[in-house]
Design a protein around this ligand. Sequence first.
Ligand code: ZN
Length: 328
Amino acid sequence: MNFKNIVGHEDIIRHFKGSIETGNISHAYIINGEADSGKKMLARAFARTLQCEEGATEPCGKCQSCIQALNMNHPDIITVTHEKTDVLSVNEIRQQIVDSIGIKPYKGKYKIYIVPDAQLMNEQAQNALLKTIEEPPEYGIIILITSNIDKLLPTVCSRCMVLNTKPVRERDMLEYLVKELGLTEDRAYFCLDFAQGNLGKAIKLAKNEEYSAIVDSVVSVLKKIHELDVDDLTTAVSHIEKFKLSIDDYMDLMMMWYRDVLMLKVTGNIDKLLFKQEYSTMKVQAGLMSFQDIEDKIDAITRAKERLAVHANFDVTMELLLLTLKEN
Ligand SMILES: [Zn+2]
């Protein structure tokens, strides 16, 4: 992946290229933005360009360094990993960064550490990293990638160059989805509306083979949510459980449903709806619910999503959620 293949993110790319041209490269970066928004891709393209033997503002793609970077086995581009899904521990930071950054790069001009999921570093881990960020060796570069910069200590943030991803322009995304991925325009628009400027999210949805089934399921559950009795709720939960592996997409689509209802209530305009074909049901629901009701439901989905992310009990979480969505 070169900068020129990246869709959107012009500001960040301009910043990276500018710093390469002027030689004014930071020792520590934070790339912040929502999941799947392209942060890792940007970090890798930057690392690859910095290590390229040609020293230009795009990687040449031909030198040994470029080839190794492309094959993900460049000895001086290190991606930090973590064993547990919910924490990046102090030992992992010590073993993979602090203890090895003092060893000079094997071949490159730099030794670059990419830290995905940096928001998972606990306080100890961040403090362990802080000293390295404060006094890095001349060749050391650390790129922290995070979907939640609020989880990083102010002392860490203040020593890093912070770059925030921005939504990708709609027409650029549409072009990519239609020309590169071969989606029909209808489906591309659906993915586009769903992803709200996040191309990675749109691609993930487009490539999800279960995609149509998930959309149908969300519609079938939410359409009749107010009529469900307790038995129906249990049936609905076991139905949703079939999509457990895509539960993030599922929950996002549920959220989009209520955004649609809200939009309809505020503007009465159907053009902007994601679930256009469900217009009549949505109109009824918009009449039944107050603004506060709708916002409460969106909040409830957000909270359920967070709980599932930390492995809360699936059935209990979903049952509670459906109860909240059902009540007025
Ligand atoms: Zn090269």
